[in-house]
Design a protein around this ligand. Structure first.
Ligand code: AMP
Ligand code: MG
Length: 342
């Protein structure tokens, strides 16, 4: 012991080891960043009103993963309904939108889902949605007369398309892309990562999952489907996929209880009230995250029967409907995706 204390070389080596260890720990566990074993890199952040994370499996490209996170924030400048000056904010405040813009392309997709669901999917209910406060202290349902008034300004016919531009019919009509934008953004983030040579990864935008390429050992990803209760960390089941988007719409996400009644964020476009059809969640699996996102909301509003009929009419698209007794109803082909362990 005495020798060690006196030997300057041992002290220097010992100090270097401690410094390296501290540096490693800082790199590995500083907020929003995790450098895992082997080639896995995960970056997390807060954007799009939720926690976002990007895991890159095959390429130690921290810069690409970090850029993917910052792209999520950049997309707020287009799709945020509440960020002043965003493209959507400008559109909602009377600006004309070029039909060649990214925002117009997502609005056009949204109109498609509205068309195939006879209006169950409706992005023109921003005025109604904003009457509900699911995040703050004011957990009181809005006055029925306000809901009725806001509904008068919603409907696909409130989006006026003339020549190369789109415009909202009146100053009270507000578009809300909360049911489709995250999916669209996940698809774009995947494209970005692939352009950087990343072939395997998982993009998680607040539970809107898009995984691609499978794991480095060739096995599939196991994606858990959340138990449909508020703040639950348990999984109802898990599915095994190489490349797919898995998106769930549920009553547990943004909701409050008032006088024993549950109020949640998925609204019936006919009444402006939260959809009440016995479902608590709908999960969609599809190659396109935009499609999975739009269809999870669409199917939730359509309900089990019509939703299953719609999904069964589509190729390579699968759904699981969960009712309030936690019974699960699968579309054709979904059960084949279930992980063996679940
Ligand atoms: P999601 O979590 O993808 O099901 O999207 C729900 C969000 O979409 C809500 O928070 C609203 O912003 C919006 N929304 C609510 N009801 C509808 C509907 N019927 N069609 C389209 N968007 C909706
Ligand atoms: Mg959705």
């Amino acid at each position: 012991m005495k020798n060690i204390q006196k030997n300057p070389i041992i002290i220097v080596v010992f100090t270097i080891i401690i410094l390296c260890l501290l540096l490693y720990l800082k790199q590995g566990f500083s907020s929003g960043e995790k450098v895992g074993n082997g080639q896995t890199i995960t970056k997390t952040g807060f954007a799009l009103d939720t926690v976002v994370s990007v895991t890159v499996y095959d390429k130690k490209d921290e810069a690409a993963a970090a850029e993917a996170i910052s792209l999520c924030s950049d997309f707020e400048d287009i799709f945020s309904r509440t960020k002043e000056g965003s493209m959507l904010w400008e559109f909602n405040n009377g600006a004309e939108l070029p039909s060649s813009s990214e925002l117009a392309s997502v609005i056009s997709s949204a109109r498609y889902y509205s068309g195939i669901s006879s209006g169950a999917f409706s992005i023109t209910m921003g005025g109604v949605s904003s009457l509900y406060d699911f995040t703050g202290e004011n957990n009181i349902p809005p006055d029925a007369s306000l809901v009725t008034k806001a509904l008068e300004h919603s409907g696909d016919d409130k989006i006026i398309i003339t020549g190369d531009t789109l415009k909202l019919a009146d100053s009270e009509t507000k578009a809300d892309l909360g049911a489709i934008a995250k999916g669209y953004i996940a698809d774009r983030i995947k494209e970005y990562l692939e352009s950087k040579g990343v072939r395997r990864g998982i993009i998680d935008l607040g539970g809107n999952i898009l995984c691609f390429g499978g794991k480095p050992d060739g096995s599939n990803y196991n994606i858990g489907i959340q138990y449909p209760l508020k703040n639950s960390r348990e999984y109802l089941c898990a599915i095994s996929v190489n490349t797919a988007s898995v998106v769930t719409s549920g009553v547990y996400e943004r909701s409050f209880t008032y006088e024993g009644e549950l109020y949640h964020h998925i609204l019936n476009p006919e009444t402006g009230l939260p959809v009440k059809n016995g479902l608590v969640s709908v999960t969609i699996v599809s190659d396109s995250s935009e499609k999975a996102d739009a269809l999870s909301t669409t199917c939730f509003v359509l309900g089990k029967e019509k939703g299953l009929e719609l999904i069964n009419s589509m190729e390579d698209t699968y759904a699981a409907f969960v009712d309030e007794n936690l019974n699960i109803y699968y579309s054709d082909g979904f059960e084949a995706l279930l992980s063996k362990a679940s």
